[in-house]
Design a binder for this molecule. Structure first.
Ligand code: SF4
Ligand code: SF4
Length: 205
């Protein structure tokens, strides 16, 4: 058994949960859960990266293993010994992206090996992330529809800078008033949970 600390960070659309177990991941394979996922960046991520880390957006779009759709880009995992590998994963420090720069699945993710969902004390976090996911999907759909109605697509290499300019403008307009549930939780809260740790492939992913 091990006492695991989970910390909830309320940053509106960039909210996340982190925990102190990842640095000693029980999978002991240098990549934990990250090899199994291909991060997908949507308009709300583009809006954030355009403002705070445009060079990361450029890096993503310059990669060879991406799938570009009209309003999203997937960074496909690659197959390298001993298995799948996320482009952003570093065998020494885990994800090299700061939490705020990650897309929403990576930010909201809580290790499947942690049985937090059955515990009443985390219910307010779960409610928050469920509402936030719905809000973010709706927001991304609205931005995508508006871009489409203006004939803008991420697939069009020539007008990408205008595409991102419009993403940010539409994002700012749509998020001028944020939903009330966001302000109901504290900026930060830490809770602990006693977990049975299993190692290697016995640790659930
Ligand atoms: S498997 Fe769990 S402990 Fe390991 S890196 Fe992923 S979230 Fe962290
Ligand atoms: S972006 Fe980071 S958190 Fe997400 S799958 Fe890749 S390494 Fe893991």
């Amino acid at each position: 058994m091990k006492e695991v600390k989970l910390t909830f960070h309320n940053n509106g659309l960039r909210s996340y949960i982190d925990m102190d177990l990842c640095s000693q991941c029980p999978r002991q394979d240098d990549k934990g859960c990250c090899g199994y996922y291909s991060p997908v960046f949507y308009p709300s991520d583009f809006a954030y990266l355009t403002q705070y880390q445009p060079e990361l957006l450029e890096e993503i779009l310059s990669l060879s293993q991406i799938t570009v759709l009209d309003a999203s880009v997937t960074v496909n995992h690659t197959v390298e010994a001993p298995g799948y590998h996320c482009h952003f994963h570093n065998t020494e420090g885990g994800c090299r992206l700061p939490q705020l720069m990650r897309e929403s699945v990576c930010r909201h993710f809580v290790c499947p090996g942690i049985t937090w969902e059955q515990d009443e004390k985390f219910k307010h976090w779960q409610y928050f992330f469920s509402r936030l996911s719905d809000y973010e999907i709706e927001l991304n759909n609205k931005i995508s529809e508006q871009l489409k109605s203006e004939g803008l697509s991420l697939r069009n290499l020539e007008n990408r800078s205008f595409f991102f300019k419009r993403v940010l403008e539409i994002f700012n307009k749509e998020t001028a008033v944020m939903p009330e549930f966001i302000n109901k939780l504290n900026k930060e809260e830490s809770l602990t949970l006693a977990c049975e740790i299993k190692y290697g492939e016995d640790w659930t992913l």
